[in-house]
Write a protein that binds this ligand. Structure first.
Ligand code: FAD
Length: 436
């Protein structure tokens, strides 16, 4: 790469939002009858789209049919709302369709027809080639400066880790957040944007496991159950989710836990929960509980001589059943089932519907699927994704202070914000071109 070349557009980050932005830029120029511009993507990893490959357990859950705004979070809630109204799901699906990515739904979740994340990355790679976008992999941007250029508008000067300098008229920062650092996202975008004057909210993990000081999950490590999960803060239910819960050495995992984990993260200040929190698991609905109450009363007679540890036979996996009994009864399970009182049976049913775990926090960003916080949206235009502080600077995707729930909302945000940033940068390029 020669030092003196000035790119029309440089995108830092070859993830979902950065690739969408670069392609959208070229497509916008072509649509308006312009020839393609010189566009460069700088990607830290040895290939683009490494994180996309990891999404949806390799199946890439890329959006959701339920696009209610409650699934997106930001200190400026109106920001994602506006962006998603300008580039709604319909438009992102049309954009993906143009790249050859067809979608199917599984419940509300949208996936590529192939149910294969690698095919999504391939479609993006082929489109980058078609749209003559230069991709430099293994290129780590360390510093960005705004510099004067003789007889021209100011330029961006990017310095790579190996000392290479790159000059560009416009810049899109699409470096992602700070979660899953093994996939390249180590919060570099925050450093770059704050060095250009932007405010950054401290990153916190979301879609992540919840930790607890209780020894119970460790004892049940590896076991899973479908539950109705309630997250309580000072005794009040602040989130509820039905789904699978997985017990692990550190606490609780699984889709239902991921979905409410952001609520825990948001309540952690200076490493501590701002108020006591608990996860309460309900294993059975009211109707099943009535049947179970009758069944347990009847087992008191039919299984009278058997030990208590056989009471919940086939009601729950043995290990989980015994843990429920220990919690509910607090006495040796070697005692006979005939020793149960009516009150004991009520207590067992109560424990199965209110199985409470004190929350100590969440696992770290390393284990999270998305980042809460990031560059403040207040300093970007929700109409264009352009910085209000630095002209020709744009940001999109997870680097911004927007996070979505589990279920395809983060990729939807990456696509919508990337498409808008690319389109706006192209329109600005044309305006400048027309003016000269
Ligand atoms: C395991 C896992 C599973 C997930 N599953 C889903 C899912 O099923 N559905 C969903 O919607 N979301 C999912 N997500 C979240 C989703 O992948 C991200 O929110 C989304 O990819 C963000 O896109 P982005 O372009 O903003 O950032 P990224 O895709 O993270 O891309 C940023 C890119 O910038 C590069 N970069 C960073 N710093 C530099 C630098 N200094 N110089 C050059 N390049 C740099 C990185 O290497 C990276 O490739 C998942 C995340 C993880 C970790």
């Amino acid at each position: 790469m020669r030092e003196e070349k000035v790119w029309e557009l440089t995108v830092i980050g070859g993830g979902a939002s950065g690739m969408s932005a670069a392609i959208s830029y070229q497509k916008c120029l072509s649509r308006n009858g312009e020839k393609k511009a010189s566009v460069l993507i700088l990607e830290k990893n040895d290939r683009v789209g490494k994180k996309v490959l990891a999404t949806g357990n390799g199946r890439c859950n890329l959006s959701n049919r339920d696009m209610a705004m409650e699934h997106f979070h930001s200190h400026q809630e109106e920001f994602p709302e506006r962006v998603l109204s300008l580039i709604p799901q319909k438009e992102t699906l049309a954009f993906l369709g143009e790249l050859g990515i067809l979608t199917v739904n599984e419940g509300n979740k949208l996936f590529p027809m192939s149910k294969n994340a690698a095919s999504v990355v391939d479609a993006f790679r082929f489109a980058l080639e078609t749209d003559q976008i230069t991709v430099e992999t293994s290129s780590v941007v360390e510093e960005v400066r705004r510099v004067d250029a003789v007889g021209q508008k100011k330029l961006f000067r990017l310095t790579l880790q190996d000392g290479t300098k790159i000059f560009s008229h416009a810049l899109i920062v699409a470096c992602g957040g700070a979660c899953a650092p093994s996939l390249g996202t180590t919060g570099d975008g925050y450093k770059i944007l704050s060095s250009l004057g932007h405010k950054v909210y401290a990153p916190k993990p979301s879609i992540v496991q919840i930790t607890t000081d209780s020894a119970v999950p460790r004892a049940l490590s590896g076991m899973r159950m479908d539950c109705d999960l309630s997250l309580l803060c000072s005794g009040e239910v602040v989130a509820r989710q039905f789904g699978e819960v997985l017990f692990a050495d550190y606490g609780l995992s699984g889709p239902a836990v991921f979905q409410v984990s952001g609520e825990v993260s948001r309540r952690i200040r200076k490493g501590k929960l701002s108020a006591p929190m608990q996860v309460s698991l309900c294993l059975f609905d009211d109707e099943t509980c009535l049947t179970l109450k009758e069944e347990l009363s009847s087992r008191r007679k039919t299984f009278s001589d058997r030990p208590l540890e056989q009471l919940l036979l086939s009601v729950l996996p043995m290990k989980i059943g015994n843990m429920i009994l220990k919690t509910a009864l607090n006495r040796p399970l070697s005692l006979p089932i005939s020793s149960l009182s009516d009150k004991d049976i009520d207590q067992i049913i109560y424990t199965m519907t209110h199985w409470v775990f004190p929350v100590s926090g969440t696992r770290s960003l390393e284990y999270a699927q998305t980042t809460i916080g990031g560059a403040s949206c207040e300093e970007f235009s929700s109409d264009t994704m352009e910085s209000k502080l630095v002209p020709d600077l744009y940001a999109c995707g997870e680097v911004l202070d927007v996070d979505g729930d589990c279920g395809g909302y983060n990729l939807q945000w990456a696509f919508s914000s990337g498409i808008l940033a690319g389109r706006s940068a192209a329109e600005r390029f044309q305006e400048d071109d027309d003016a000269n």
